[in-house]
Write a protein that binds this ligand. Structure first.
Ligand SMILES: CC(=O)SCCNC(=O)CCNC(=O)[C@H](O)C(C)(C)COP(=O)(O)OP(=O)(O)OC[C@H]1O[C@@H](n2cnc3c(N)ncnc32)[C@H](O)[C@@H]1OP(=O)(O)O
Ligand SMILES: O=C([O-])CC(=O)C(=O)O
Length: 398
């Protein structure tokens, strides 16, 4: 059987719905969140304000930002049940599995008492409140994951610090330099939202069945974990560690390309001439390189980028500068994709709210190319099966 010619493998180039949350424009190499260029948001806003923008469509007023911060700070601490669930996992569990498990536990607690599947989807107000609580809870989960692997106890959150500064406080147990907080805040904003990427689309598919918000986020985390998507920021660091030094880039690339390896942190399904977010994140990385006095990191990343772009004409994506930036801040390589989760939960939940508000079950078609109809040896059809074979539409209830 020949497959229909209009199949778009990987849904490449297929527009499946509208969204008012963000616009990715490869022609102008731009990214807008609710109309605002992401670079402007990264330069001017705390991450909490961008979260509000994604959920509500407008930047917050001073009072709205204060309200969101109050709510976020009230839910920052690591919940005992969530800690207990994480502690049950082996110490060498991948942190993405820890985060996925923690979100699943939070979801079970949040929806405890709902005794009908018809109610699990929740009202828009419930889902916004759940989104804010999840956004507030994730930094403690990610921070504890890194500390647990280092044999350290969790650190209580600080009410006097904003989201980004408190995240670093809970991870490292010391107040980060403002230069570092600023770079980290920018990275959170850049990672927050990117239209119908694989993980966001996954969240929308789950939501479209009228399932609950946490199930959609758990599924999205699973999609983000893969190295062709969010897992690439971790993979970039493995690559940089493997190369080791700028002088080895050429030989390493010869070998990697001969083996047809994908070079992590390069290429993108939508942007073909460079990722709109890279210049902003590259500037943040440059600041961190200067702050930590690590010119070797700049030399290695610049050498790899220059050599790979020259050879293949494929440009870096956001994960390329983010990986080494997170390493400089002191995050373990395995913690990088959970940081992406902590940021992207804002975009995912905005899309969950949007999908739920204008829902249609997402259920595409497939072209069957398996074996032609055949029969189980020895099967003797009964009267109902014979009737169904004669009148298939009726038997299917069509
Ligand atoms: C935040 C994010 O999720 S951004 C994406 C993060 N992912 C990565 O960095 C992983 C590495 N990159 C890739 O694997 C790809 O570029 C993707 C998955 C991101 C995009 O893939 P697609 O749009 O499907 O492009 P596709 O994989 O078809 O690539 C087109 C061609 O460029 C090549 N190519 C694309 N990216 C790379 C890469 N990073 N290394 C080597 N070759 C590459 C492909 O092998 C393919 O070559 P071919 O035509 O000779 O087969
Ligand atoms: O848009 C995509 O396909 C992947 C991406 O860059 C993101 O999710 O940030």
């Amino acid at each position: 059987m020949t497959a229909p010619t209009d199949i778009k493998k990987g849904l490449a180039g297929v527009v499946v719905d509208t969204t008012a949350i963000s616009k990715v424009n490869p022609e102008t190499n731009s990214l807008l969140y609710r109309g605002y260029p992401v670079q402007e948001l990264a330069a001017t806003q705390p991450f909490e304000a961008v979260a509000h923008l994604l959920w509500h469509g407008e930047l917050p007023t001073a009072d709205e930002l204060a309200d969101l911060r109050r709510e976020e700070r009230a839910h920052r601490a690591l919940a005992p049940r969530v800690r207990a669930a994480i502690d049950l996992l082996p110490l060498d569990t991948h942190p993405m599995d820890e985060v996925r498990t923690a979100v699943s536990v939070i979801g079970a607690i949040e929806t405890a008492g709902i005794d009908s599947v018809l109610e699990v989807g929740g009202s828009p107000a419930d889902n916004l409140a759940r989104s804010i609580r999840l956004f507030a809870a994730l930094p403690a989960i990610v921070a504890y994951g890194q500390r647990r692997r280092r044999g350290l106890e969790p650190i209580e959150p600080r009410d006097d610090l904003d989201y980004a500064a408190n995240f670093l406080w809970m991870t490292f147990g010391e107040e980060a330099d403002p230069v570092v907080v600023d770079a980290f805040n920018r990275s959170m904003i850049l990672y927050a939202e990117h239209s119908f990427n694989a993980s966001t689309f996954t969240a929308r598919v789950v939501t479209s069945t009228l399932s609950d918000l946490h199930s959609a986020v758990v599924a999205a985390i699973g999609a983000l974990k893969g190295p062709l998507h969010g897992g690439a920021n971790e993979a970039v660091q493995h690559t940089l560690d493997e190369i080791g030094d700028a002088s080895r880039v050429g030989a390493w690339l010869d070998d990697a390309l001969a083996q047809k390896r994908k070079i992590m942190g390069f290429g993108h399904r939508v942007y073909k001439r460079g990722d709109s977010r890279v210049p902003t994140m590259q500037a943040a990385l440059d600041t961190l390189v200067a702050h930590y006095d690590r010119p070797d990191v700049a030399e290695l990343t610049h050498a790899l980028e220059a050599e790979f772009v020259a050879r293949k004409g494929i440009y870096p994506n956001l994960d390329f500068p983010s990986g080494p930036a997170y390493a400089l801040i002191g995050f373990d390589t395995l913690t990088f994709t959970p940081l992406f989760v902590a940021s992207r939960v804002t975009g995912w939940t905005a899309h969950i709210l949007e999908q739920a508000a204008s829902n249609a079950l997402i259920r595409p078609l497939s072209a069957y190319d398996g074996p032609a109809e055949r029969h189980v040896e020895g099967y003797v059809p009964d009267a109902a099966a014979l009737a169904a074979a004669e009148r298939p539409e009726e038997a299917l209830g069509a």
